[in-house]
Structures are given as structure tokens and as C-alpha cells.
Design a protein around this ligand. Sequence first.
Ligand SMILES: Cc1cn([C@H]2C[C@H](O)[C@@H](COP(=O)(O)OP(=O)(O)OP(=O)(O)O)O2)c(=O)[nH]c1=O
Length: 194
Amino acid sequence: MRLILASASPRRLELLESIGIVPDEVRPADIDETPTAGEKPRPYAKRMAYEKALATEVRPGEIILAADTVVAAGSRILGKPNDAAEAERFLRLLSGRRHRVITGVSVRSADVQRTREVETLVKMKRLSEAEITGYIASGEWRGKAGGYGIQGRAAALVPWLQGSWSAVVGLPLAETAGMLQGIGYARSDTGAVA
Ligand SMILES: Cc1cn([C@H]2C[C@H](O)[C@@H](COP(=O)(O)OP(=O)(O)OP(=O)(O)O)O2)c(=O)[nH]c1=O
């Protein structure tokens, strides 16, 4: 089986490789990411992962893997900020609060598609003005849901989380490995030990 990672996210590729799963090809999916009216973060993340996998052509012998990560502040969906001002608004919204990070994952073969979502509770400390300014200046908010990356400087802003760290970074590894196995992908397909 050939594994096709339908994602442009460098984090997802690194996470997969960290558990010995090396995609044979990376084929990013381009879909409309607009939420439907009143759509809640959890169903939205699941739908996005489903649609990314569905939008990617699958040939016999291939497995498509796609994911989508959003930050939820209450029922508000925080995606990737468009600019520094929006990233700053997101940080102010999350400051001192518990919030949820939801990652949808979808796997698809020529015969079947399975999709699920994983939710993690994250506590962000109350941020000082200096912390907000410094973080925005670092540029690390770019391309990251909610405007922060827990794998970098923002680790200093998150005292705890409950759930899956890898899901926050972009791919819940235990769940993804299980889903890949369930759809017929063996790690030995990559030459690594099964
Ligand atoms: C919350 C958080 C998100 N992120 C990243 C993971 C995702 O790359 C990104 C959310 O954007 P996504 O839309 O999920 O993914 P993407 O646009 O980067 O890539 P693709 O759609 O092609 O798969 O936010 C972190 O790296 N660290 C974090 O702590």
C-alpha cells in the first residue's frame, strides 16, 4: 500500500515520520474551508478532514490521509489567522482561558473512507502585554490554527493540556496509526518494523 499525505502542513509530515510512518507522496488538497452557517468547531474539523481526503484522487493500492486542526473558543472557530492583527485578537481571546483544539482525521482507500475527530483541552496562561507583543513579533503564529504553535515558543504559555499533544500540533498519532492499520496500511509497507 502506498500512503499519500493530503496535506501541505510540514508538522503533519514530521509527526508521521516521528512514529516511523513515511508517506510515499505528499499531495496537498485544496478545498473551500468556509464554515457553514452556525457550524460548530467539532463537526467543522471533521468535515474539513473528510473533504480534504475526498478531494484527493485515490488510485487502487493507495491510502489517502488528511487532517484539519481548529481552535475552539466556546462555539467560535479559530482557524489560521490572516495577519498579525488577527493573530493578536486570537491570543487576547485565548489568554487566561481553557479552550479546545480539535483535529479531524480522515483515511480513505479505493473502497472505504473513515473519519473521526479528536478533542484536546488546552489551558493558556494569562498573557501579559509583553508576552503578546513578543509572540506576535516572533512570527510563529503564521499558518497555525488559533494563532499559536504549542511545539514552539507557545509551550511557555501553556501550563497544561488534557488529551493529545500531537493532535494539537496537527495529527493525533495514536488514533491515526490505528486508523491506518484499520484501513489496511501496515507500517512494514514503508520498510519499517510493523
Ligand atoms: C494549535 C496548533 C496548530 N498548529 C497547526 C497545525 C496545522 O498545520 C495548522 C492548522 O491548519 P490546517 O488547515 O489544519 O492545515 P494546513 O493548512 O496547515 O495544511 P493542510 O490543510 O494542507 O493539511 O495549525 C500547530 O502547528 N501547532 C499548534 O499548537
